[in-house]
Design a protein around this ligand. Structure first.
Ligand SMILES: NC(=O)c1ccc[n+]([C@@H]2O[C@H](COP(=O)([O-])OP(=O)(O)OC[C@H]3O[C@@H](n4cnc5c(N)ncnc54)[C@H](O)[C@@H]3O)[C@@H](O)[C@H]2O)c1
Length: 353
């Protein structure tokens, strides 16, 4: 059964199902477009691309671009290269970009779609778990520049997001776990039902049971949709999506963004932010232990090598630190989060150990 979530003021659809979703929905979604420019990366199995192409009506012109996998591809060079290709192939506002890939392909394609001729249609077909539950929903697009990650971009809602849990079959284990970390985040900040699924069914999750994973994707998309619809321009409640990220970004930075995935760092950060919530007296010890048990049951690594003084420099240079004030997202309970700048600094230091 196809599950539908509507997002933002424009109420664009995110549809969740299996591969049949392409045949049923892609064809009509592009019916008014003339040309279709598919952007994907070289790790995405050719069989997926062929399957999706088959769902595009045969009277459409299709172009296909495969970029190099990895964060470096969210570059100004690729951005410009794609814009030039679109111009040379005489694309215009009647045409559509289809992004098939993880967050890298999605963010880059979305920014191209926002910029080319001041905005053309685009459809997201996310293939990583992180992209299915996070980056494809919410309309943020970006590329990286020398001075930092995601510093240049635009808010641009896709015309449609099509999620097939079947596309996750080829996703490497560490990438899968990285997406799982973001799903736990939704459980902790806003959706206790998600947390309870982790609490009771972690074995099924590790085995990638498709029914359970699909339910988690649906619950996550609903949660993210609710938060971003309330705060499309990131001026308020959307900040809770950064739970664990102040710590996580610092851990990624001290590792030079190498050998550690974003989700792994955020999982470490969420343990620390949960500890901080307990030390500050917002979260009771029983709930804290329950949270830690879930991370342990899913074999998430602990941060055993960096304390506050190692990470200080990176914590203070985080873009969420304004006027020297650290914004923390803390928990009052499982599924209940809030933002604060008021906390005991000694507790903050202790939360790293
Ligand atoms: N726009 C947003 O709101 C938002 C939110 C969170 C993250 N992001 C961005 O998303 C990016 C991270 O996304 P990601 O984790 O998907 O990274 P990614 O796009 O690099 O994908 C991770 C890896 O998995 C591979 N892959 C993806 N799907 C696959 C599949 N089905 N089979 C085999 N391999 C597959 C990719 O080729 C890549 O090597 C970052 O650039 C981050 O800044 C954006």
């Amino acid at each position: 059964m196809i599950k539908k979530v509507l997002v933002g003021d424009e109420k664009y659809k995110v549809l969740i199902g299996k591969n049949k979703i392409f045949k049923d929905y892609l064809s009509s979604a592009v019916s008014k477009n003339n040309k279709i420019f598919i952007i994907t990366d070289k790790n995405i199995p050719t069989a997926y691309i062929e399957l999706i192409k088959k769902s595009i009506p045969s009277n459409k012109v299709i172009d296909l671009l495969k970029i190099k996998p990895g964060e470096e591809s969210k570059s100004f060079t690729n951005f410009q290269m794609i814009l030039n290709k679109l111009a040379k192939k005489k694309y215009d506002r009647s045409d559509c970009i289809v992004a098939i890939g993880g967050g890298v392909v999605g963010d880059l394609s979305g920014f191209v779609a926002a910029s080319f001729m001041r905005g053309i249609d685009y459809i997201q077909i996310p293939t990583s778990l992180l992209a299915q539950v996070d980056s494809s929903v919410g309309g943020k697009t970006a590329i990286n520049i020398e001075s930092g990650k995601n510093l240049v971009g635009a808010f641009k809602n896709p015309k449609l997001v099509l999620i097939s849990s079947a596309l996750l079959k080829s996703l490497p284990e560490r990438e899968f776990k990285s997406g799982i970390a973001e799903i736990i985040k939704y459980g902790l900040i806003h959706n206790k039902k998600i947390f309870n699924i982790f609490d009771k069914q972690h074995q099924q999750i590790l085995k990638r049971n498709q029914r359970v994973i699909e339910e988690l994707i649906h619950e996550s998309v609903k949660t993210k949709a609710k938060i971003v619809t309330e705060d499309e321009r990131e001026l308020g409640i959307r900040a809770i999506l950064n739970f664990g990220h102040t710590y996580g970004h610092a851990i990624e930075a001290i590792n030079n963004y190498k050998n550690i995935l974003h989700g792994e760092a955020v999982a470490m950060g969420m343990r620390m932010a949960s500890k901080m919530s307990m030390l500050e007296g917002h979260l009771n010890e029983k709930a804290y232990k329950k949270i830690i048990n879930v991370f342990d049951a899913l074999n998430f690594p602990k941060n055993t090598s960096n304390n506050y003084s190692d990470l200080k420099k990176f914590i203070l240079s985080d873009k969420k630190v304004k006027g020297g004030n650290i914004n923390l997202i803390l928990l009052k309970g499982i599924g209940l989060s809030f933002q604060t700048q008021k906390f005991n600094f000694e507790n903050f230091k202790k939360s790293f150990s």
